[in-house]
Design a protein around this ligand. Structure first.
Ligand SMILES: Cc1cc2nc3c(=O)[nH]c(=O)nc-3n(C[C@H](O)[C@H](O)[C@H](O)COP(=O)(O)OP(=O)(O)OC[C@H]3O[C@@H](n4cnc5c(N)ncnc54)[C@H](O)[C@@H]3O)c2cc1C
Length: 410
């Protein structure tokens, strides 16, 4: 549970720690990092721009790289209760016909869990021990000196300054705090020029089955979570401007085969009065560790949804960072942040490259290309498509070794 607390109350605790830590953004990465540090006996200050914990809920399929964080937080069982196993992946031809169903369990179970969970339920799980946060608070200035980083906060129309030894920027893909430490133009962005709507549909009898339909000029994904189906329907942004009802009518015209699930999900999109619209762009910061400040999660590398791995990597990164910080003292923070970036950035960017490559395959308007892709997908399984992700899962990060090696070099 998120517990609203004033920034003064949080700082009163934080300033007694050997490292005074600020975390900006109470999302998946920020909360994971805060709760990990708190389990280790530290008192990071966690701030969030939103006025309360209300957040557009959406579906997350989480790969096994989240397991270590959940284990260390002691919430793995809570997570299992709030989520469902995603045992199968179904792939439809561009005309709607189901082309193949692959077993995800046989690919991923050897690495750990692959489960579907609503974002709100994940936050509930991560904060089940209680999680102090100052809502309605943002950072407007960061100034580093030899004694620490002076941070200027804006909260409820008031401005305050406090000093920290470490600032973790985890305010998501559109991070504005990142702009205070980086020149915004240096952030690399891939814009697919596609976007679409995210809605919920009623559960059905195939709740272990995630499905995707890579169409000609549209994409439909159906991802089960406990008690509901998360649905994404998208297309070129220029084409989705007509609105969900007309766009769905267009999709229906392109389908020669349908199924009760496809029908029910398309209906869910037209039923929603103002469905959440998601523009499919990613971002990649050129550097993560800047003095006593570090970028984490989507603020460091925001993902396209194509490999379904952004939250997984954000949680893994939060786990690696905070495990490295177990070894930190005030005077070793800067070196350990650099060691963290050196170890974790190649992993995250490798996963992001997979998402970018898949986007190149998925997002096309042409019917001919879509037909060729169907032929290819009949032969190539999902196992081949996510080979690079399996490689990451097989080579787990070792934060303790990273920290020890870095400290030896100081
Ligand atoms: C519809 C959808 C489906 C997705 N599906 C999957 C999936 O199946 N699997 C998967 O692994 N990933 C998925 N992702 C990606 C995943 O949600 C993100 O990668 C993940 O949430 C990143 O975590 P984060 O903490 O970095 O950012 P976020 O979770 O976005 O959290 C950022 C937080 O910072 C706050 N904030 C923003 N600006 C400020 C500020 N200036 N000051 C203070 N706070 C601020 C925000 O309000 C938010 O609470 C999906 C994303 C979307 C949108």
């Amino acid at each position: 549970m998120l517990k609203a607390t004033t920034i003064h109350q949080q700082y009163e605790q934080a300033r007694k720690d050997n490292i005074r830590v600020l975390i900006v953004g109470a999302g998946v990465a920020g909360i994971t990092a805060a709760q990990m540090l708190r389990r280790d006996g530290r008192h990071p200050v966690l701030i969030e721009r939103n006025k309360d914990e209300g957040h557009p809920g959406y579906m997350l399929a989480l790969m096994p790289m989240v397991d270590q964080a959940l284990e260390d937080l002691g919430v793995r069982e809570h997570y299992r209760q709030n989520s469902i196993p995603l045992g199968r992946y179904g792939f439809h031809a561009h005309t709607g016909r189901m082309l193949r169903v692959d077993s995800m369990s046989s690919i991923l179970n050897r690495f750990g869990d692959y489960r579907g969970i609503a974002r709100g339920k994940l936050i509930e799980t991560l904060t089940s021990a209680g999680c102090h946060v100052s809502f309605n608070t943002t950072v407007t200035g960061l100034s580093e000196s030899s004694t620490g980083t002076t941070v200027t906060f804006e909260t409820g129309g008031e401005s305050y300054q406090f000093e920290f030894d470490l600032v973790i920027i985890a305010d998501g893909i559109h991070s504005s705090t990142r702009d205070l430490v980086l020149d915004g133009s240096t952030v690399d962005v891939v814009d697919t020029n596609w976007g679409g709507w995210v809605v919920w549909a009623p559960e059905d009898t195939n709740m272990d089955l995630g499905e995707e339909l890579w169409g000609a000029g549209f994409f439909l994904g159906v991802y089960p979570v406990k008690g509901e189906l998360g649905v994404f329907l998208g297309g070129p942004r220029a084409d989705t401007k007509v609105g969900p009802t007309s766009f769905v009518a267009d999709v229906r015209r392109k389908l020669t085969t349908t199924s009760p699930r496809l029908e029910s999900t398309l209906k869910a999109i037209t039923r929603e009065t103002e469905p959440y619209y998601w523009s499919l762009k990613d971002c990649r910061a050129p550097t993560w560790a800047i003095g006593r400040t570090v970028l984490l999660g989507d603020a460091a590398a925001g993902f396209l949804p194509t490999a379904g791995i952004g939250a997984g990597m954000a949680m893994e990164s939060a786990w690696v960072l905070t495990r490295i910080l177990r070894h930190a003292q005030r005077d070793t923070v800067v070196s350990l942040l650099q060691a963290y970036e050196k170890a974790q950035r190649p992993r995250v960017e490798a996963a992001q490259n997979t998402s970018r490559r898949l986007a190149g395959l998925m997002f096309h308007r042409s019917g001919t290309l879509a037909a060729l892709r169907d032929v290819m997908m009949r032969i190539v399984s999902i196992e081949t498509a996510i080979k690079p992700i399996q490689k990451l899962l097989a080579n787990q990060p070792n934060p303790d070794r990273v920290a020890k090696d870095a400290l030896k070099r100081i």
